[in-house]
Structures are given as C-alpha cells and as structure tokens.
Design a protein around this ligand. Structure first.
Ligand code: PFF
Length: 461
C-alpha cells in the first residue's frame, strides 16, 4: 500500500489525482441525485429551480468543498484528527461529522437494500399490477398495521446484510485498491448505463410533456424562501460536503495536488449528473402520465415513492421494461454503493485514528457497529417511518446546522481562513481569496442558519 509522503507513517494514499476525483464523484453521485433532486426541483419552481440551485452551488457547496479539501489535505487526518490539528478544541466538530455519517449510513444502506431487491424483482416484474400496493403492502408490510408493526422482513435483512458486507469489504481493501479500484470500474459504467437510460427515456411517448413540466419555469417561486432553503439542502447532501467525506478523502491525496481544480470537476460533475437525472426521470413521468391518462403532477410522487412506486409502474408499462428496470435499479445500487463506502470511511478512519487501531480494525469496529444498528432497526415494517424522520432531521437540520457552526468556528474562532486559502493556492487552478473567505466566514453560515430555522419550522408544522 502506497503512503502519502509527509503523512504519518503508514497513512495510505490515492495513487493518482484522477482516482481521487473518481472516488469523490462516486461519493457525491448517489441516491440523492437520482430520486431526490428531480422531485425537489419540480416542487420548487421547475426550470426556475436551476437559479437557486446554481447560486447555492457557487456560494455554499463549492466554497465548503474547498474548505473540506484544505482541512483534510493540510492536516492529513480523518475529520476529528484534522480539526484537532487545526485547534485542539475543534476536535468535537470532527466527531459530529463522524456521528452524522454514522446516522446517514445506517439508513442510506436500507434504501440501497430496497434498490437491490427491486433490481432482482425487475427481471420478472415481480411487483405485479399495482406497484404502490406492492411497495407499501407486500414489501414493507405497512398495510397490516398495527398488527405487523415491528414485523421483521427477511428479504430486506438479507439484502441489507449483503450490502454491508460488500461495502465494508471494499473499505477494508484500502483507499486506493478498495475504494479507488471500485470507483474506477463502477463510475464509468454507471455513467454509460445512465446515459443509455436517459436517451431511451427521451424516446418514450409523452417524454416531452414530462420535460415541459420539469423545465417550465415558475419564476414566482424564486420569491419563496422555502425554495432557496430546498436548494441549499439539496446541494449540501448531494455534493457530500461539510460532513467529513470530502475532508477524509482529501487527506489521502499526495502533497502538492491541485485542490481547487479537482473541486470544480467534482462539483460540476455531480451537478450535471443531477440535471441529467432530472431529465431522465421526468421524461419517464411524462410517459407514465400519458399511459395512465393523468396529468404529470399526479404521476409525480416524492421520496421513496418515486423510485419504488412510480418507476416499477412505468417499467411494467413500457416495451422491454425488464431491461430498463434492471438497468435503472442497477444504476441506483451502483450510485449508492460508491456513496456508502465514503460514509463508512469517515467513521472507520475517525475511530481507527483516535484509538490507534489502524485502518482495518477501525473499519471493522465502526463499520460493524453501524451495520449492526442498521440491521436491527431498519428491516422492520416500521423502518420506513424511522427512516423518514431520521432523514429529515439529519439532513435539513443537523447537517446544515453543524456546517454553519463549523464555518464560524474555523473562520472566527480559529481565524484559519487565510492559512487555508494559502494552502489551496499552493497548487491550484485559480487563486482563492477574499470572495472565498467572505462565503465561508459570513455568507454561507448566514444562509445556513436561516435554512435550519426554516427547516425546524417546517418539520414541526
Ligand atoms: N451525496 C450522496 C447522494 O447524493 O446520494 C449522499 C451522501 C454521501 C451524503 C456521502 C454525505 C456523504 F458523506
């Protein structure tokens, strides 16, 4: 295993910058792009959503991505170690990130397990005629309440166990051979398969009606603060920033690497994939609406519903749907796996470095504990509700809230921004300066605090 020069002893390293970029894109492109973005964008102004989305990308996601890269790369450690090397008293910030990754991975893996089961079901169109009744009834056993609350589902348990074994296995293989190797193969495959899916979708009857709905701008939405809040929330989760994933990956980059250039490639690749997913999904929804004789509005369902209710219905309706279904759920699994490994790496590296256990033992202990919790709590019939609540609180409130706190502490508490800008500028595609510091120290935290406030108001409503 190669080590990063200047790192502490046996610290691993990515063999090249392109492997790092692929791994970072793999972390960013995930379930959030394929089912979350299209729905959020549609609800929040359609075509007009691109405006707040781009603003959020430029003023929050990219500046924080640079911050993550600078911290990880300069201090060469997992989140807690890097923060504590900046200032000892900042170590808890790193642990908050580890905890968030722990919480997200526990349920993210469950959605992946569902996708894996639907991948298999696609071969036979196993959801039958009514995909909605199947998902909530046969699949999640939610229709048998209250009798079945807590019923354990062996199918989901098995799929989930498999996901955990594979992903922990990948992380155990190491940052370059394991995570890098898997991304090198899976990411180009994902991209090719997804482009094929989107092109196929565009030729479906009614596709244009769907695109029309997706892109017709509702400019009035831009006056609604909730739309801006949604854009910031989406961009954060989707780009994997402020949660330790990008920081940890950057800590395995060799010294003298172009960080700003890499960040732009990662952020824009992720954003492009997101818009591409939106186009594909809405082309499909247009087709489905036409088949069912309903408006596009009616055919859209958010969250888990989009992937697990609307898509199966569509797959059943279209010619050679099985093929499309296998490809779609295959893409979902692949996109999710490359994101889940980054979450496991944050937790494993954080624990491993703190307790001097090394990379493998850290991954086994921390990954094993997360897997155990995930396997005990989520494959039950009440798992969906727990998942929804955890997802909302973790993403809309905690992730964004702690991001604001860490920006302020790094900028004003540790007064570290000039130093970090200097680090970014050592080797970069362009200089970062006052605008970056203004974003990280003032603009981004201000918007984030407002987002958290709105998030709490909405969740309590
Ligand atoms: N960015 C991933 C997605 O869009 O699905 C989710 C994610 C992965 C968030 C890793 C945070 C993270 F650290």
């Amino acid at each position: 295993i190669e080590t990063a020069s200047g790192g502490s002893g046996d610290r691993q390293a990515f063999s090249s910058r392109s492997v790092f970029i692929l791994a970072a894109i793999g972390s960013a492109v995930g379930l959030g792009n394929i089912w979350r973005y299209p729905y959020v964008a549609y609800e929040s102004g359609g075509g007009a959503f691109l405006v707040p989305y781009l603003v959020a990308l430029l003023t929050a996601a990219i500046p924080l991505l640079f911050l993550d890269y600078a911290l990880g790369h300069k201090f060469r450690g997992s989140s807690p170690l890097s923060y504590s090397r900046l200032r000892r008293w900042l170590e808890p910030l790193g642990w908050v990130q580890v905890l968030l990754c722990f919480a997200i991975s526990a349920y993210y893996a469950v959605v992946l397990a569902w996708a894996l089961r639907y991948f298999l079901l696609s071969f036979t169109l196993g959801w039958g005629k009514d995909s909605e009744a199947f998902f909530f009834g046969d699949f999640l056993s939610l229709d048998e309440t209250p009798k079945a609350i807590g019923t354990y589902d062996p199918g989901t348990f098995a799929a989930l166990a498999l996901i955990w074994v594979v992903c922990i296995g990948v992380v155990l293989f190491g940052i370059d051979r394991g995570i890098g190797g898997v991304n090198k193969v899976l990411l180009p495959t994902l991209f090719a398969a997804f482009v094929a899916l989107v092109v196929r979708a565009l030729f479906l009857e009614g596709a244009m009606a769907g695109l029309d709905a997706f892109f017709s701008p509702n400019w009035g939405a831009l006056k609604d603060p909730a739309v801006w809040v949604a854009a910031y929330g989406q961009v954060f989760f989707s780009t994997s920033v402020a949660i330790g994933a990008m920081l940890t990956y950057a800590s395995y980059l060799k010294l003298r690497t172009n960080l700003t250039g890499s960040g732009l490639v990662v952020a824009f690749s992720n954003a492009s994939f997101e818009v591409l997913a939106g186009i594909g999904v809405f082309a499909c929804i247009g087709f489905l609406a036409g088949q069912q004789g309903v408006g596009v509005d009616e055919a859209v369902a958010g969250g888990p519903g989009l992937a697990f209710v609307v898509f199966p219905a569509l797959i059943s309706e279209m010619p050679f749907g099985q093929f499309f279904g296998v490809l779609f759920f295959g893409c979902l699994v692949v996109a999710g796996v490359t994101s889940l490994v980054s979450l496991i790496q944050v937790v494993g590296a954080g624990v491993g470095e703190k307790f001097g256990m090394g990379h493998r033992a850290g991954t086994l202990v921390a990954g094993g504990a997360t897997a155990a919790i995930s396997l005990v709590f989520f494959p039950t019939s009440s798992g969906l509700m727990v998942l929804d609540v955890v997802d909302n609180w973790v993403n809309n409130v905690m992730l964004v809230g702690f991001a604001a706190i860490s920006c302020l502490l790094v900028a004003w508490g540790a007064r570290a921004l000039p130093r970090l800008a200097h680090h970014l500028n050592a080797v970069g595609s362009f200089p970062v300066g006052w605008f970056w510091m203004l974003c990280v120290g003032v603009l981004t935290p201000a918007v984030l605090v407002y987002t958290v406030y709105r998030g709490i108001v909405t969740l309590q409503a």
